[in-house]
Design a protein around this ligand. Structure first.
Ligand SMILES: [Fe+2]
Length: 313
């Protein structure tokens, strides 16, 4: 575990529409095998995004208070509210910068509500470091396993400003060539990550779930998009005995309908455990306590009680 001492300067002017919150200065250690996963942030400048902005601010506050601090934060797409507007990224960028200023590496994937050109203006380093030109593809390595963040946003930037483009995901042809080559050379375990579920994607004519279960170096798959803390086992029925199964995990949304929250990820020899940090559950819109359907609390309690999702390798 790499240890580094630093001062956390504080949660400075993050959102112009939100009150300032300041951290006390204190020293902290990092844990290279601790990560935090955010997805479907949907923060924007519109009045209707007040809840999503607040939830992003709260998540950043909680991450910066973790001891040890996670070395990395991965964001599984849909950072922008709906249309991938520049003003939406302007709103959320300062919050992510607080994490970066604290020494945490932030890696962002693209969701169907994102727009690469507007994102790239606010995140130029991400564009420079992408493994596939024109897409946002990044490999996040830890000591025992890597996390390959793919870019499953099918929409292109030549769409109208108020057009969020296709909802389903896809991997571009050049990204498929990259991924095939990457997997053919990879021996260290890797977890594939993207905004969309694997069943929406394919690789060189093969359904991605088939690729996940039949490729030895792939330990599993993590995605967003569905705004639920959900896991499934996928298996390869043609595999020789013993038949192996691999986990596919869907992350909650950090701030827009469904399971609300984030997840922490603990990497250790032979396994990865991803645990939910669920804050709320709602459909349609947050409502007052008096008219909140009772089953929403049941769903939240079930999610919180579900325990970590384990990936073996
Ligand atoms: Fe979303």
């Amino acid at each position: 575990m790499l240890t580094r001492r630093l001062f956390i300067a504080g949660l400075a002017a993050s959102f112009t529409t939100e009150p300032r919150k300041l951290f006390a200065k204190e020293e902290a250690d990092f844990d290279d095998n601790l990560l935090v996963f955010l997805s479907d942030v949907h923060a924007g400048a519109a009045k209707t995004c007040k809840y999503a902005r607040k939830k992003l601010q709260e998540a950043v506050t909680e991450i910066l208070k973790m001891r040890p601090l996670p070395r990395r934060v991965l964001v599984f797409g849909d950072v922008a509210h709906v249309y991938g507007l520049g003003v939406d990224y302007d709103v959320s960028r300062p919050s992510f910068k607080l994490l970066e200023d604290a020494g945490i590496t932030v890696t962002v994937g693209m969701g169907n509500h994102d727009r690469r050109s507007e994102f790239a203006i606010r995140w130029p380093e991400a564009q420079k470091k992408s493994l596939v030109p024109g897409r946002f593809v990044h490999l996040v390595e830890t000591s025992h396993v890597g996390f390959l963040m793919l870019d499953s946003l099918q929409g292109t930037d030549d769409r109208a400003q108020n057009d969020f483009g296709p909802v389903p995901g896809a991997l571009s042809d050049d990204q498929q060539v990259f991924l095939s080559d990457f997997l053919s050379k990879r021996t260290k375990p890797v977890i594939l990550c993207a905004h969309h579920a694997p069943k929406e994607l394919s690789l060189c004519g093969k359904p991605l779930p088939h690729v996940v279960v039949t490729t030895p170096c792939i330990a599993g798959y993590i995605h967003g998009h569905n705004h639920r803390w959900m896991r499934a086992w996928i298996r390869d029925k043609d595999q020789k005995t013993p038949e192996r199964a691999k986990h596919v995990l869907c992350l909650p949304s950090n701030g827009l309908w469904g399971d609300i929250g984030y997840a922490t990820c603990r990497v250790s020899p032979g396994k990865v455990e991803v645990a939910p940090a669920l804050k709320d559950f709602w459909l349609s819109r947050p409502v007052s306590a008096e008219c909140r359907p009772p089953e929403w609390d049941d769903i939240l309690a079930e999610g919180r009680a579900s325990g970590p999702c384990t990936f073996r390798f």
